[in-house]
Write a protein that binds this ligand. Structure first.
Ligand code: OAD
Length: 236
């Protein structure tokens, strides 16, 4: 059976966590309609006003701690458990709802809210609830604490592992992402070129819509479990 099981790469975005109460970025009322991303999500913004940037991520960390995974997160964990070793889950989200929904080995290409990073020595440690610019790094003691998130202009994490998985994928699925931000927005084209079938699960067709073989529209908490149940019924 394992030999016949397709390798699946799944990319999730803010839409997968929307029904858990975490805002998206570009929808009406989204985070980037309320905040200037140049001020809160760039290294230059952090250098200008680290307290403002910490406040922004402290608030998001608090929102995240108060949120619970939804049926979409749980369904994706069920899929990985049903097809061991066949599913690579890549998320652009900095929340931990995939993990709390039961997924393991999630690739957080844009980093995580629950980790702190030393801008001086690169040490990582569990993020306290509230971070401030004066927090010293526990390893080198430099007061260079920052959220362990990837800002615009920085290189997303684990790109080698992601491209390796895309090259071997039989199926690429994008869930709840608008397809605005590269390199993630380019994954569908990479996967297609490598021969994968491509599927989009989203509330509305995303900007890369034309690159997908199939689109299913609807809230993630509905369309993701439906698709997962279909795949599990077909393959196990
Ligand atoms: P966006 O806010 O750009 O897009 C969210 C997508 O989710 C849209 O296509 C919505 O239609 C869809 N959506 C909303 N509610 C949904 C629901 N209940 N079910 C399914 N889909 C739903 O968020 P991302 O594409 O994740 O990066 O944004 C990508 C990156 O841009 C983020 O990781 C972040 C941001 O700037 C950084 O901060 C580096």
């Amino acid at each position: 059976m394992a030999g016949a099981t397709p390798r699946i790469v799944i990319l999730t975005g803010a839409g997968v966590s929307a029904e858990s109460g975490l805002g998206t970025f570009r929808d009406v009322g989204g985070l980037w309609t309320q905040y200037d991303l140049n001020e809160v999500a760039t290294p230059e913004g952090f250098a200008r006003n680290p307290a403002l940037v910490h406040d922004f991520y402290n608030a998001r960390r608090a929102n995240c701690r108060g949120a619970a995974p939804n049926a979409a997160h749980e369904a994706l964990a069920r899929l990985s458990a049903a097809l061991p070793g066949q599913v690579t889950l890549v998320t652009q989200n900095v929340d931990d709802l995939h993990e709390r929904g039961g997924s393991r080995d999630v690739i957080h290409m844009h980093g995580r809210l629950d980790t702190a990073l030393c801008g001086s020595c690169g040490h990582r440690w569990p993020a306290p609830e509230m971070m401030t610019p004066d927090d010293p790094c526990p390893a080198c003691h430099a007061p260079e604490t920052r959220p362990d998130v990837v800002w615009f202009g920085e290189m997303p994490y684990r790109m080698d592992a992601i491209y390796r998985a895309l090259l071997r994928a039989d199926l690429f699925v994008a869930i709840g992402t608008s397809g605005n931000v590269y390199p993630a927005a380019g994954f569908v084209a990479e996967a297609r070129e490598a021969g994968a079938r491509t599927l989009e699960l989203n509330l509305e067709p995303c900007d890369r819509h034309g690159a997908f073989d199939e689109t299913r529209q609807g809230p993630a908490s509905v369309v993701v479990p439906e698709w997962v149940d279909e795949v599990i019924a077909r393959l196990t």
